[in-house]
Design a protein around this ligand. Sequence first.
Ligand code: ZN
Length: 508
Amino acid sequence: VKDDRTITHAAHWADGPEKTALYTPGVPSPLNTGHVISRRSFLGASAGLGAAAIGGGWSVARASTGRAAPVRGAAGAGQPKARARNIIFLVADGFSAGALGLLEQYLRVTDRGPSQWRRITSGPGVRMALQSTYSANSVVTDSAAASTAWSVGAKCNNGALCVLPDNSRPEPLLLRAKRSGKRIGCVTTTTITHATPAGFYANVPVRGNQSMVGEQLVHRPVDLALGGGARYVDEALAGADGIRVVRTAAELGALTGDGPSRLQRGERVIGLFNREHVNMHLDRTEQEPGLEAMSRFAVEMLGRDSDEGFVLQVEAGRVDHAAHRNDAAGLLGDMIEFDRTLGFLAEWTRSRDDTLLVVISDHGCGAPSLTMYGRDGIRGLRRLGDVRHSFEWILEQLGKPETPEAGAATLARLVAEVFSVDLKPEELEFLRRALAGQPVELFTKRHELTSLLGVMLGNRSGVGFVTSDHTGEMTDTLALGAGSETMPAYIDNAGVVAWLTELAALAR
Ligand SMILES: [Zn+2]
């Protein structure tokens, strides 16, 4: 086909994930393949996608090779020179543009703004991108498939961790980085065996098998792992030597002190600060270190201890859980913690010239947003600052009520305590019906009791949610530091690792 109106190749959708080319027009980059295709074939391929996506399976066939996306220009004679010695991959799980807006607006109306995100993106030297997140079998991804795509550059089905539809098991990113001589680690507020960290070090067909993930965490050479999930890791740890295990914030701090607990060069560390997830920010105990403190430890330990640099994933994992529950205050708490961690990591990255910081989300969740005008909206947002606990905490206190009536009464007391809100009789009736298992909302994605709580608080705060599940929107991505200028403005999640491999000259 001869067509003089050629366009540069930015058509990730058209080529499918394993061929995703990373190219930003006008930016000199080793990733610039110079590949051009005709407008006609671009449109043809794009038009074809719609029909195929509806039919399902289109990306299964395309993603079945199990190989990371090829990058030209890096392979060949000799080892390519790394532009980024260290990579910090900061994830806010389930973090959408709506959550970002809420963070910024909340901080503004409570005179604590602007957010670190806003400060960083208002300054020089930062790149922003939109990222598509679909998985092999679903337009709406889960965290396991999204983490897999980042880690190995290929799409798998929702629920799988680095096990592709053809049952191949490509080497996860952190292990490849280890093979390149780097130190590797994961930090999260979920269980350390949860989907997002696990996708960077484990190959497990079903994400729910967290004990199998825990086995791999212990028996693979991960230098640092901090988070929750003791119940999934303890058994594997029982037979392992040479790993320092810490259980509290104080024990973690002692590793960097001058006392007898001081960490020796090359030692591995596993921190397990809860049997399950680390508590959400609103409910956090003193025993549990925050995300910023864990990240500080991670970059100090991995940075000090390595000749070849490090690759570290940091996850604000509970943003997603709050969004699933339509818990606006809980969401803000963990978003604020994420934002502080971003501020710290950005400062650390900018204090040197050998580190790339990528800030990314695996998918949207809940689609939260302020939807109240004028003073009501401002007052509503401020009210969220008075909320004392997360919805998760409320559910724990509620337990299993004997009758729907008793449950509704308990909830009314808890709502008064946590939100300083006296529920109206008609609201109590809605709670009673929900507890009796009756639908209180036509949209089935909001049948959960927590969605109902979200609506009740939303009537006072002005913050609404569309769904209790993930959303298919594109997500915001930032890059700063070494090599960040080569990030394309549009990126697919399966294209990220080729870019990182190139920048950090990782083994293939
Ligand atoms: Zn989720």
